[in-house]
Design a protein around this ligand. Structure first.
Ligand SMILES: Nc1ncnc2c1ncn2[C@@H]1O[C@H](COP(=O)(O)OP(=O)(O)OP(=O)(O)O)[C@@H](O)[C@H]1O
Length: 296
């Protein structure tokens, strides 16, 4: 990849290092020449994505949260839109999992709790992220996590950017309903379940050689029990994965309830009445007779 913009200055920020390129733009580390503030500058390289890029800036500007990278400015430089935002130190969860495989459970819970507060904050504001994945979460050396990317997020004011039926998001993290073009806040919660599974086991819960293979597994909620891959994981984590990876979005745990769950002091073996009712609901939902009625 070329680094053509290095040393250029955009609104007082000198681009010092190329960080990478995503679906819409290239991202650089930059430093403000007067204030010395460090920032990340995302420069749009696909003119056809200008509306989506503006939407990303609009959504990022509308949220202020400790676990979400802050937007500093949205500018047009030589006819090219640029997002100037907080530079987030650390490593993405994607790189961390690639490097280390499964991650320690105490670390995973800490990270999940932070990401869940960011997601709950978005949901409170009526924003669906739609692209939660390990590559979009950065963690620093103090295990402080931040969400990075709002490229395909959707709020009530998002213009219709995709054709009817066009699927947005990364297939591995997509919720069953997204394949029918039905996206909701609960779809983000499914992605959190995939993220949790991947952090704890080092493997994706739904994988395959083709997108169709992945889709079939997702639609059936067909994944290998996580403790078969990582025997040390607690029953509590296993249950939480089960509550997030529910095929029916209405019986899937919400981000706000997930935070409560993560904060509640329970022993690993504590299996309360609520868990019991929950398991029963899931069992009934999986009964073929219910599916038979639904298909009539
Ligand atoms: N605010 C930021 N602070 C630090 N690094 C960032 C920031 N935003 C993005 N990056 C890094 O820049 C690179 C490109 O990011 P970008 O979000 O454009 O694409 P991506 O996440 O790799 O792909 P996609 O957009 O297709 O999901 C990634 O390595 C990402 O970690």
């Amino acid at each position: 990849m070329q680094e053509p913009l290095i040393h250029r200055t955009i609104r007082g920020y000198q681009l010092t290092q190329w960080l990478g390129a995503g679906g819409m733009g290239e991202v650089y580390m930059a430093q403000h020449q007067t204030t010395r503030r460090t920032a990340a500058v995302k420069v749009l390289y696909r003119a056809d994505q200008a509306a989506r890029f503006r939407n990303e800036a609009y959504i990022q500007a509308s949220v202020q949260h400790p676990h979400i990278a802050a937007l500093y400015e949205y500018v047009i430089e030589d006819s090219t839109p640029c997002i100037i935002m907080e530079y987030v130190e650390g490593i993405t969860l994607e790189k961390l999992i690639k490097r280390q495989g499964r991650l320690p459970e105490s670390f995973v819970w800490k990270v999940l709790a932070q990401v869940a507060t960011a997601v709950a904050h978005l949901h409170q504001k009526g924003i669906i992220h739609r692209d939660l994945k390990p590559g979009n979460v950065k963690v620093n050396k103090d295990s402080f996590a931040k969400l990075l990317d709002f490229g395909i997020a959707k709020s009530a004011y998002t213009p219709k950017l995709t054709q009817e039926g066009y699927i947005v998001g990364t297939a591995h993290y997509m919720a069953p309903e997204q394949f029918q073009g039905k996206v909701s806040m609960q779809s983000d919660c499914w992605a959190l379940g995939v993220l949790l599974y991947e952090m704890l086991t080092g493997y994706l819960p739904f994988n395959g050689r083709t997108e169709t293979e992945i889709r079939v597994k997702i639609e059936k909620g067909d994944y290998t029990e996580p403790d078969l891959l990582a025997p040390q994981i607690s029953k509590r984590s296993k249950r939480l994965i089960g509550k997030l990876l529910r095929v029916n979005p209405t019986s899937r745990i919400s981000a706000a309830a997930l935070i409560q769950e993560l904060e509640s002091p329970q022993s690993d073996n504590g299996f309360g009445l609520a868990d019991w009712v929950d398991n029963l609901t899931e069992f009934v939902e999986k009964l073929p007779v219910k599916r038979w009625f639904k298909n009539r």
